[in-house]
Design a binder for this molecule. Structure first.
Ligand code: SF4
Length: 142
Protein backbone atom coordinates (compact mmCIF):
# COMPACT_ATOMS: atom_id res chain seq x y z
CA UNK A 1 0.00 0.00 0.00
CA UNK A 2 1.42 3.39 -0.96
CA UNK A 3 1.63 6.08 1.70
CA UNK A 4 -0.60 8.41 -0.33
CA UNK A 5 -3.62 6.16 0.31
CA UNK A 6 -3.74 7.61 3.83
CA UNK A 7 -3.49 11.24 2.76
CA UNK A 8 -6.38 13.56 3.54
CA UNK A 9 -7.75 14.71 0.20
CA UNK A 10 -9.08 18.28 0.15
CA UNK A 11 -11.99 19.72 -1.81
CA UNK A 12 -11.14 21.32 -5.15
CA UNK A 13 -10.66 25.08 -4.70
CA UNK A 14 -11.53 25.70 -8.34
CA UNK A 15 -14.73 23.66 -8.38
CA UNK A 16 -16.00 24.38 -4.88
CA UNK A 17 -14.85 27.92 -3.98
CA UNK A 18 -18.39 29.17 -3.33
CA UNK A 19 -18.75 26.62 -0.54
CA UNK A 20 -15.29 27.09 0.98
CA UNK A 21 -13.65 29.38 3.50
CA UNK A 22 -10.44 30.05 1.57
CA UNK A 23 -7.33 30.66 3.69
CA UNK A 24 -4.37 32.62 2.33
CA UNK A 25 -1.21 32.68 4.46
CA UNK A 26 1.93 34.65 3.59
CA UNK A 27 4.12 31.68 4.60
CA UNK A 28 6.98 34.07 5.39
CA UNK A 29 10.40 32.62 6.17
CA UNK A 30 10.44 33.72 9.80
CA UNK A 31 8.85 32.52 13.03
CA UNK A 32 5.64 34.48 12.49
CA UNK A 33 5.23 33.37 8.87
CA UNK A 34 5.69 29.75 9.88
CA UNK A 35 3.16 30.05 12.70
CA UNK A 36 0.73 31.47 10.11
CA UNK A 37 1.41 28.57 7.78
CA UNK A 38 0.83 25.98 10.49
CA UNK A 39 -2.35 27.74 11.57
CA UNK A 40 -3.59 27.57 7.97
CA UNK A 41 -2.75 23.85 7.79
CA UNK A 42 -4.49 23.14 11.09
CA UNK A 43 -7.66 25.00 10.08
CA UNK A 44 -7.67 23.20 6.71
CA UNK A 45 -7.42 19.82 8.42
CA UNK A 46 -9.86 20.44 11.22
CA UNK A 47 -12.52 22.97 10.23
CA UNK A 48 -15.30 21.90 7.87
CA UNK A 49 -15.17 23.87 4.62
CA UNK A 50 -11.87 25.62 5.43
CA UNK A 51 -9.20 25.26 2.78
CA UNK A 52 -5.79 26.82 2.13
CA UNK A 53 -5.23 28.14 -1.34
CA UNK A 54 -2.07 29.29 -3.16
CA UNK A 55 -1.32 32.92 -2.33
CA UNK A 56 1.66 32.93 -4.71
CA UNK A 57 -0.60 32.00 -7.61
CA UNK A 58 -2.93 34.88 -6.73
CA UNK A 59 0.08 37.24 -6.52
CA UNK A 60 1.10 35.98 -9.98
CA UNK A 61 -2.43 36.86 -11.14
CA UNK A 62 -3.26 33.31 -12.20
CA UNK A 63 -6.85 33.79 -13.33
CA UNK A 64 -8.28 30.59 -11.78
CA UNK A 65 -6.69 31.42 -8.44
CA UNK A 66 -7.85 35.05 -8.45
CA UNK A 67 -11.31 33.67 -9.22
CA UNK A 68 -11.15 31.32 -6.24
CA UNK A 69 -10.48 34.28 -3.92
CA UNK A 70 -13.29 36.30 -5.50
CA UNK A 71 -15.83 33.47 -5.35
CA UNK A 72 -14.96 32.14 -1.88
CA UNK A 73 -17.61 31.74 0.83
CA UNK A 74 -15.32 33.56 3.27
CA UNK A 75 -11.79 34.80 2.64
CA UNK A 76 -9.33 34.51 5.52
CA UNK A 77 -5.94 36.21 5.30
CA UNK A 78 -3.05 35.37 7.61
CA UNK A 79 -0.08 37.76 7.62
CA UNK A 80 3.11 36.97 9.49
CA UNK A 81 4.20 40.50 10.37
CA UNK A 82 3.19 44.13 10.00
CA UNK A 83 4.33 44.19 6.36
CA UNK A 84 1.03 42.38 5.73
CA UNK A 85 2.14 40.98 2.38
CA UNK A 86 -0.85 38.65 1.99
CA UNK A 87 -3.31 41.52 2.54
CA UNK A 88 -1.40 43.70 0.07
CA UNK A 89 -1.64 41.05 -2.65
CA UNK A 90 -5.43 41.10 -2.35
CA UNK A 91 -5.71 44.88 -2.11
CA UNK A 92 -3.78 45.27 -5.37
CA UNK A 93 -6.45 43.11 -6.98
CA UNK A 94 -9.32 44.98 -5.29
CA UNK A 95 -10.40 41.85 -3.41
CA UNK A 96 -11.74 42.49 0.07
CA UNK A 97 -11.03 39.75 2.64
CA UNK A 98 -13.62 38.64 5.18
CA UNK A 99 -11.02 38.42 7.91
CA UNK A 100 -7.39 39.44 8.36
CA UNK A 101 -4.96 38.64 11.13
CA UNK A 102 -1.29 39.41 11.72
CA UNK A 103 0.57 36.83 13.77
CA UNK A 104 3.10 39.38 15.11
CA UNK A 105 0.19 41.24 16.77
CA UNK A 106 -0.97 38.05 18.50
CA UNK A 107 1.83 37.71 21.01
CA UNK A 108 4.41 36.04 18.74
CA UNK A 109 7.79 37.74 18.16
CA UNK A 110 9.21 37.83 14.66
CA UNK A 111 12.50 35.98 14.84
CA UNK A 112 14.86 34.73 12.12
CA UNK A 113 13.94 31.10 12.55
CA UNK A 114 11.58 28.54 11.08
CA UNK A 115 10.88 27.16 14.56
CA UNK A 116 7.78 28.01 16.55
CA UNK A 117 5.71 26.99 19.55
CA UNK A 118 2.83 24.62 18.89
CA UNK A 119 0.99 26.39 21.71
CA UNK A 120 0.84 29.58 19.59
CA UNK A 121 -0.55 27.59 16.66
CA UNK A 122 -3.26 26.08 18.88
CA UNK A 123 -4.21 29.41 20.45
CA UNK A 124 -4.32 31.45 17.24
CA UNK A 125 -6.11 28.80 15.15
CA UNK A 126 -8.78 28.54 17.83
CA UNK A 127 -9.24 32.33 17.82
CA UNK A 128 -9.53 32.46 14.01
CA UNK A 129 -12.02 29.58 13.92
CA UNK A 130 -14.19 31.30 16.53
CA UNK A 131 -14.01 34.74 14.89
CA UNK A 132 -14.68 33.45 11.37
CA UNK A 133 -17.63 31.31 12.46
CA UNK A 134 -19.44 34.55 13.42
CA UNK A 135 -18.90 36.25 10.04
CA UNK A 136 -21.48 36.32 7.26
CA UNK A 137 -20.68 34.74 3.92
CA UNK A 138 -19.07 37.22 1.48
CA UNK A 139 -21.73 36.99 -1.19
CA UNK A 140 -24.37 37.89 1.36
CA UNK A 141 -22.54 41.09 2.30
CA UNK A 142 -22.27 42.44 -1.26
S1 SF4 B 1 3.97 39.50 6.04
FE1 SF4 B 1 5.98 39.52 7.06
S2 SF4 B 1 6.42 37.34 7.46
FE2 SF4 B 1 4.80 37.42 5.88
S3 SF4 B 1 5.92 37.35 3.89
FE3 SF4 B 1 5.57 39.52 4.42
S4 SF4 B 1 7.49 40.14 5.46
FE4 SF4 B 1 7.42 37.88 5.49
Amino acid sequence: MSKSENWQLLPSCTKEAEGLDIILACDGAASVGQVGHEVAVKLTREVEGARMCCLSAIAAESKPHVGIAERSRKLIVINGCQNECASKVLRRLNIEPSYEITIAKEGVDKKPTLDFDEEDVERISKKIAEDVSKLPERRKTS
